[in-house]
Design a binder for this molecule. Structure first.
Ligand code: SF4
Length: 478
């Protein structure tokens, strides 16, 4: 089986040609389907389709086949159910974050794409819709032969239930800055506390007052349990900060995600960063059930629909639409590199207006990525904010590279910090140098500082890198 799968990937161009031929020929079989009945035809075709697709593509029979647009690699095999490109945790050798014994589905898809259309990074740019679990086990060949009849849409329902448009009472300086780019953006990340007392959170945030344009609140980062991102963001908002609430697809299905974001918006949250989330096996509840009902592209699309059209993913109208400023993540530093730009474009098309990247320890790789970003004009459509971080020692850096999915720390960096007499000081120096170099790259809108429970050092870096002067900017909204 594995050999057949590798063979079909190797011959993706030919297999794609066969699929294209079937797509063109299928409608001609419609009269046959009509004569013998669609159900009877499916009873004959389904076992053949299942056996052939399982052998050649490790098909899971999701009922929404995307093979012909994903390099003939079945995306349903992805452990996080990604339908629109790779997660940010792909290992440097191209193996899956969750199942290291398997190649990442999207690395295969990218290679298949390159065989189908040599010289192109991706044969598809359109968003793949979320899975409809009612279709699991159903044929995708039969609808090509006899497309199901469209259900009439009751026109009156949407017209009478259109959401009321209101002026937004919440000021959002972060959104304004991302649109206008009047200065180099500075954001930081805070992990919310393991406490029902908000003081620990407010103490961490206080270090950054006047120094940043927004504060990200992580959502179960590393699959570890903490205070909820929405609640922590609401606490920061009430205290006069501008939070970015991170929303991960790992722990909730589409019903819970939409309800939580609506609730957060009612509490004053406007900035929402959509991300897939780390696998549960990395966290402190390794036995938990991973959900991954939506991927980050479909989460963005869903929230954009709530915000702009005032409707849930089901099409049902909201009474008052939430005003959301949506963001997404990007990881230019891990494979499949060629797919990263197409993936970013899908996120921007789906509604991302700002992008925050994974830790950047490799400027050359970032420069290559930004070159492609500029070529596609994506830096004009979304503010690209590059992640930087500080770690105290070479040992801590090595640990992060080995244990945090998607973090790529080149050997030269750990060697430089490891050779220093004062590793903490050298780590800080390296971070400041990285920020200076990032500032010089055309199209980068800002930096996003991360450092787990390292708030004081991050605040020093912001000042010492010349990003903000506390005395001058103290009135600025954080
Ligand atoms: S690395 Fe991520 S995107 Fe690739 S197969 Fe694994 S979970 Fe899916």
């Amino acid at each position: 089986m594995k050999t057949l799968r590798r063979w079909s990937l190797k011959h993706a161009r030919g297999m794609r040609g066969l699929y294209g031929l079937f797509e063109r020929m299928a409608p001609r079989l419609a009269p046959v389907a009509e004569k013998i009945g669609v159900q009877r035809l499916e009873a004959v075709v389904l076992p053949i389709e299942r056996a052939a697709k399982r052998a050649f593509f490790d098909c899971q029979m999701c009922g929404q086949c995307g093979l012909s647009v994903t390099g003939m690699a079945c995306p349903t095999g992805c452990a996080k159910g990604m339908r629109n490109g790779p997660c940010g945790g792909v290992r440097l050798d191209g193996q899956c974050e969750v199942r290291p014994e398997r190649r990442c589905t999207w690395v295969d898809a990218t290679e298949g794409d390159a065989r189908i259309l040599p010289g192109h990074t991706s044969t598809w740019t359109r968003r793949a819709a979320p899975r409809d679990y009612r279709l699991t086990g159903r044929s995708t060949w039969i609808p090509m032969i006899a497309p199901p009849k469209a259900m009439p849409v009751p026109a009156a329902a949407s017209a009478t239930q259109a959401p009321r448009v209101q002026d937004d009472p919440v000021d959002n300086p972060f959104a304004t800055l991302c649109r206008e780019r009047s200065r180099f953006i500075v954001t930081v990340e805070i992990s919310p506390p393991d406490s029902a007392d908000p003081r620990a959170l407010l103490d961490r945030a206080a270090v950054f007052r006047g120094l940043t344009d927004a504060i990200n609140i992580t959502d179960g980062a590393g699959a570890n349990c903490h205070m909820s991102s929405a609640a922590a963001s609401a606490l920061l908002h009430a205290a006069g900060y501008t939070p970015v609430s991170q929303v991960s697809c790992r722990d909730r299905n589409r019903i819970a995600l939409q309800g939580d974001v609506l609730g957060a918006a009612a509490l004053g949250i406007r900035n929402v960063l959509c991300l897939t989330g780390d696998d549960v096996s990395k966290g402190d509840h390794a036995g938990a059930k991973p959900v991954f009902d939506l991927d980050s592209v479909n989460l963005l699309h869903t929230l954009k629909g709530m915000s702009e059209r005032g409707e849930y993913a089901s099409g049902r109208k909201l009474q008052h639409a939430p005003r959301l400023f949506l963001g997404a993540t990007a990881n230019p530093f891990v494979p499949p590199y060629a797919e990263r730009i197409a993936n970013l474009e899908r996120k921007v098309d789906a509604g991302a207006q700002f992008i925050q990247t994974q830790f950047c320890f490799d400027i050359e790789r970032l420069e290559q990525f930004m070159h492609a970003v500029r070529a596609r004009g994506l830096h004009r459509r979304a503010a690209i904010i590059v992640g930087v971080g500080v770690l105290s020692t070479a040992k801590a850096l090595r640990w992060m590279a080995d244990h945090v999915p998607g973090v790529n720390v080149p050997l030269s960096v750990t060697e430089r910090i490891g050779a220093a007499a004062d590793q903490r000081l050298e780590g800080k120096r390296f971070c400041i140098e990285t920020i200076q170099r990032i500032r010089g790259i055309e199209g980068v809108a800002g930096v996003h500082l991360m450092g787990y429970r390292n708030e004081d050092v991050l605040a020093q870096i912001i000042v010492e890198a010349g990003l903000r002067t506390p005395a001058r900017d103290v009135e600025a909204v954080s």
